[in-house]
Design a protein around this ligand. Structure first.
Ligand code: ADP
Ligand code: MG
Length: 514
């Protein structure tokens, strides 16, 4: 056995377990690749405060595998800040490499395993390298790279490297050739981009589909969203292992300074308090703190009362913007939205918002269409496993005037959008498709959709009342001439008198409507 033991590289692991990253089948692989590219483009543009213009191209490739599956070249191009030359190989040729994992900040990427995994999937299915062009400024050259991932070592292998002419002032273009399947409809690239446009009205997207058709999503606003702030971890949100890791990596040398500097909401006074209740000196050298003492420190931290983490770091999309996005993409009779105040799960601040469209062209006899977003990214798969789905299904919808089979999504002409923004979105897996069921998150989602539900319920009631009144009125109206005829016969009215009576009765009906 001893001879068979050897280290497994992450690249090797994920090439065998590619379903964990969203590459389970050719159709999903195509979507995941586009998604990883677009997420990165938008993150990079927003961080650099550039209004994003993204171009997505999917072209059938000239070569085929001969096994019936289709091959495509997917290209994602942005006008973002670009990537410095030295970083390009590692970003695209090494899994678990990125700038976001160690930072608590509301952004789309977090694990450092997005675009490199897409490139590796392409390489596995077609043998082709990832092609990157990137430029970091007007006067800087554009660099072209072709890169393979060496899966055995999880290291980049550079196949080509040169300076080229490129039309963008700054930005990045990534091209991946892969085995995929293109199909429009639910969970397609087309649907994904439509939803991106709804939740990101500041983004301009030009999309060239495999059949050559071009779809454009114009900007709804030229204003960038409020930037999300990076925060330090809140002590109540960390596990013991993380605490030990933080102690290893900290720049602080003494315990009290470490607690104060590396966490949010720990004032020097609170830091002293924690040291005291852990039975450790304020000036204890971090490097000398033993495993057992770390245990005590961890317990002392969880027993100390602390202020909740700052919550201004998770800016929501906002009720107006969300509604405007919905109105642009969906024709309905009524729209509403609700943004909840920020809340906290496991020490991580988050905010939930919901928007709803009712009536119009929406189908009335199907379950409501639910659009889920996490940090403005549409979630298209694993709806059943998602906290958003669970919270919506476990809300009572009948009081709001729509049908609901027990324990399922309500039925009615409703499009429901739910957005969760957080410095750390708790996904159920690396493929980032479903949100984990934290009670705090479920509760906030319920409160947000209930707020929208109440507004919708009021609208439905009002409309029912108006329709009822209209029905009665037209009923009475129909009988007015007959009443007049009866009156003429009984009271011996002249024709003129009969006419006046009809007019007067109509007048009364008209006035009573107000
Ligand atoms: N289009 C881009 N423009 C600028 N930087 C990028 C771009 N794409 C990727 N990056 C950088 O590469 C890193 C790795 O990307 P990725 O593998 O998708 O992981 P993640 O997005 O989870 O960090 C990102 O953290 C980012 O710093
Ligand atoms: Mg990414």
């Amino acid at each position: 056995m001893a001879a068979q033991q050897r280290e497994i590289s992450v690249a090797e692991f994920f090439s065998k377990n590619r379903h964990l990253l969203g590459f389970d089948n050719p159709r999903k692989a195509l979507l995941t690749t586009v998604k990883e590219g677009v997420d990165n483009s938008l993150d990079a543009c927003e961080e650099a405060e550039i209004l994003p213009s993204v171009r997505v191209e999917i072209r059938p490739s000239e070569t085929t595998n001969g096994n019936g599956a289709d091959r495509f070249v997917v290209a994602i191009e942005d006008n973002g800040p670009g990537i410095v030359k030295a970083q390009i190989p590692r970003i695209f040729g090494k899994l678990l490499y990125g700038s976001k994992f160690h930072r608590l900040k509301a952004q789309r990427g977090q694990q450092g395993i997005g675009i490199s995994a897409a490139g590796m999937y392409g390489q596995l299915t077609t043998g082709k390298a990832v092609r990157i062009i990137s430029k970091i400024g007007e006067k800087k050259p554009a660099h072209l790279y072709e890169i393979h991932v060496d899966t055995r070592t999880n290291r980049p292998e550079i196949l080509r490297e040169e300076v080229v002419e490129w039309h963008q002032t700054s930005g990045t273009r990534v091209e991946i050739e892969l085995e995929g399947r293109y199909q429009r409809g639910a969970r397609s690239v087309d649907e994904y981009l439509r939803q991106v446009a709804i939740a990101n009205p500041h983004v301009e997207i030009v999309y060239e589909a495999p059949d050559g058709q071009e779809v454009r999503y114009e900007r709804g606003t030229a204003e960038l969203p409020e930037p999300s702030k990076e925060i330090r971890p809140h002590p109540h949100g960390i596990e013991l292992g993380i605490l030990i890791k933080m102690m290893k990596e900290t720049k602080a040398r003494q315990l009290r300074a470490f607690l104060h500097q590396d966490f949010s909401r720990v004032s020097p006074r609170v830091a002293s308090e924690i040291c005291k209740s852990a039975g450790l000196g304020e000036k204890a050298w971090i490097t000398r703190i033993a495993r057992e003492e770390a245990d005590r420190l961890y317990r002392a931290i969880s027993e100390t009362k602390l202020r909740a983490p700052p919550t201004d770091c998770v800016p929501p999309i906002g009720e107006e913007t969300l509604m405007a996005g919905l109105m642009k993409e969906c024709e309905a009779d009524f729209y509403t939205a609700a943004t909840r105040p920020p809340a906290v799960y496991r020490g991580n601040p988050f905010v939930v918002e919901a928007a709803m469209a009712y009536g119009g062209s929406l189908p009335g006899d199907e379950p409501v269409a639910l659009m889920r977003f996490a940090n403005r990214v549409p979630l298209l798969y694993q709806q059943g496993a998602c906290a958003i789905n669970k919270a919506v299904a476990s809300t009572a919808w009948r009081p709001y005037g729509v049908q609901q089979p027990k324990g399922s999504l309500p039925i009615g002409p409703v499009l429901l959008v739910v957005h969760l923004a957080s410095v750390w979105v708790p996904f159920t897996s690396e493929s980032k498709e479903a949100v984990a069921h934290y009670p705090e998150i479920l509760k906030e989602i319920r409160l947000a959709v209930q707020a929208c539900g109440r507004q919708m319920g009021r609208f439905i009631k009002r409309r029912k009342r108006a329709a009822e009144a209209e029905r009665k009125r037209s009923y009475i109206e129909k009988y007015i001439p007959h009443i007049a005829i009866a009156l003429r016969e009984i009271l011996g009215f002249t024709e003129k008198e009969e006419e006046t009576t009809v007019e007067e009765l109509r007048g009364i009906l008209e006035r009573s409507r107000k």
